[in-house]
Design a protein around this ligand. Structure first.
Ligand SMILES: NC(=O)c1ccc[n+]([C@@H]2O[C@H](COP(=O)([O-])OP(=O)(O)OC[C@H]3O[C@@H](n4cnc5c(N)ncnc54)[C@H](O)[C@@H]3O)[C@@H](O)[C@H]2O)c1
Length: 379
C-alpha cells in the first residue's frame, strides 16, 4: 500500500496542467513508496477552479492560497503562479511546515531568493524548483558524459532560447494572460523567464559561472497595461545577450529574445571540449548530438544519438527502445525524483539553495547590462 502524498497546487495555467499531468502519471511508471494525491487546487476564480478540478480529478478547491497552505490535509504546496507570488507563498508554506515545489525562476531577484532559502532551511522542509530541463533524458545523458571526463578540458559553452511572440507593438502588457510582459509580476523579461533555464542547465552541466558581461534591449518601450487600461512604460527586457566565464575557465555565450521571427521555443545548448562536443535542441529533445575526436579519423563525425534505449536515463520506465518521450515527461521525472529523494531523506535538485545560485547569475546579468560593466558572481 503506497503512502499518500497530498498535493495542494496554486495556479492552474500552463504549469498547473503540466504538473497535474505529472502527478497523475508518476505512480503508473515509477516504483515509489508514496502516491501523489491531487488533494486540492487553488486559484482565484471559483467557477474556473472547479472546472479545472473536475477535468483533472482534484478532490477539492480553494480560492485563497493562504487557506490552502494552512490546511492540515496538505503535505506539499506546489507553486504554479506568476513569479511575484513565489516568495510570499513559499515563506508562508515553510512556516506551516509544508514541503514546497516552486516554479522557476525561484524569485523576483536574489535578495528575495535568499529569504526563501532561509525560510525553507529554517523550517527544514523538503523543497525543489522546477528547472525541468535537467530531466530531459538527452540532457541527463549529456551530464553523465561530461562528468565522466570524456570531453576533456572544456573550452566553450553556448546556449540560446529564442521566441517570437511579442513582436507586435499592439500586444498589451499585464493581467492574467500577459503577466510575463509586466515587470511587477515577472521581475524581468527573457532573462528571468528563458535564460533562467539556460543558466540552470549550464551550471548543472559545466559548473558555476564566475563573471558576466551583458546587453539587454526593450524593443517596444510602451504598451497598454491590461490592469490600468493606460499606455505604460515596459519594464522588462525583450532580449538579452551575455558572455562570461565559468569557474572551470571555459567561455560562456548566451542569448535569449522574444523577437527572433520564426522561432517559438528554440532552446539550444552546445559544449566544446578538448576531445569532443555535445549539442542539444528542444525541437528534437530526444536526440543528443555527439562528436568524439577519439574515434577513427576516417569515419569520425557528428552523430545523433536517439536517446530511447533502456540504459539511457529514465527510459527503462517508459516504452520499448526506439520509442521516444516528450516535454511533459520531464515533469513526471522531476516528481519521481522528488518523491524518491524524500524517501531517502534528501532534497531532489535543484532545491531552493541551488536555484538561488541561478538567481545570483540573473541579477549579475541585469546589473552588468544596466551598468555596462563586467560583474563577478560570489556564491
Ligand atoms: N518549468 C518551465 O518550463 C516553466 C514553463 C512555463 C512557466 N513556468 C513558470 O511557472 C509559473 C507560472 O507560469 P504559467 O505559464 O503556468 O502561467 P499561467 O499564466 O499559465 O498560470 C498562472 C496561474 O496562476 C494563477 N494565479 C495568479 N495569481 C494568483 C493568486 N493570487 N492566487 C492564486 N492563483 C493565482 C492564475 O490564475 C493562473 O492559473 C511562472 O513562475 C513561470 O515562470 C515554468
Amino acid at each position: 500500500m503506497l503512502k499518500p502524498l497530498n498535493i495542494g497546487m496554486i495556479g492552474y495555467g500552463f504549469m498547473g496542467r503540466a504538473h497535474s499531468n505529472a502527478y497523475r502519471q508518476v505512480n503508473q511508471f515509477f516504483p515509489l513508496k508514496h502516491r501523489a494525491v491531487l488533494k486540492a487546487i487553488c486559484a482565484r476564480d471559483k467557477n474556473k477552479v472547479e472546472e479545472f478540478a473536475s477535468t483533472w480529478g482534484y478532490e477539492s478547491t480553494e480560492t485563497d492560497w493562504k487557506k490552502l497552505v494552512e490546511r492540515k490535509d496538505i503535505d506539499v504546496i506546489d507553486i504554479c503562479t506568476p513569479n511575484h507570488l513565489h516568495a510570499e507563498i513559499s515563506k508562508h508554506a515553510a512556516a506551516f511546515g509544508k514541503m514546497i515545489l516552486c516554479e522557476k525562476p525561484l524569485s523576483m531577484n536574489a535578495e528575495e531568493g535568499l529569504e526563501m532559502v532561509s525560510a525553507v532551511e529554517k523550517a527544514k522542509v523538503p523543497n525543489m524548483v522546477w528547472y525541468n530541463y535537467r530531466r530531459v533524458p538527452a540532457i541527463t545523458l549529456a551530464k553523465q558524459i561530461i562528468d565522466s571526463g570524456k570531453l576533456g578540458r572544456i573550452f566553450h559553452y553556448r546556449s540560446n532560447f529564442l521566441q517570437d511572440w511579442t513582436i507586435n507593438p499592439e500586444l498589451p502588457q499585464g493581467g492574467a494572460a500577459l503577466w510575463r510582459l509586466d515587470v511587477a509580476s515577472a521581475g524581468s523579461g527573457v532573462t528571468g523567464d528563458l535564460l533562467a533555464h539556460c543558466i540552470d542547465t549550464a551550471m548543472w552541466l559545466n559548473g558555476p559561472l564566475s563573471t558576466v558581461s551583458a546587453l539587454i534591449e526593450t524593443f517596444v518601450k510602451e504598451r497598454k497595461h491590461n490592469l490600468t487600461g493606460k499606455v505604460e512604460k515596459v519594464g522588462i527586457d525583450d532580449a538579452c545577450t551575455f558572455m562570461g566565464r565559468f569557474a572551470n575557465g571555459s567561455l560562456a555565450s548566451f542569448e535569449s529574445t522574444r523577437y527572433a521571427r520564426g522561432h517559438k521555443a528554440l532552446f539550444t545548448l552546445e559544449i566544446n571540449g578538448e576531445y569532443g562536443s555535445l549539442a542539444w535542441d528542444l525541437h528534437d529533445l530526444h536526440r543528443l548530438s555527439i562528436f568524439d575526436y577519439k574515434e577513427d579519423s576516417l569515419t569520425r563525425g557528428w552523430k545523433s544519438v536517439h536517446v530511447t534505449d533502456g540504459e539511457h536515463p529514465y527510459m527503462k520506465n517508459w516504452w520499448v527502445p526506439g520509442l521516444q518521450i516528450g516535454y511533459e515527461h520531464t515533469f513526471i521525472h522531476q516528481v519521481a525524483d522528488f518523491i524518491a529523494a524524500l524517501e531517502s531523506g534528501t532534497n531532489a535538485q535543484p532545491d531552493f539553495r541551488s536555484a538561488y545560485q541561478t538567481q545570483l547569475v540573473l541579477d549579475a546579468v541585469l546589473k552588468s547590462a544596466r551598468e555596462k560593466n563586467w560583474v563577478s558572481i560570489a556564491y
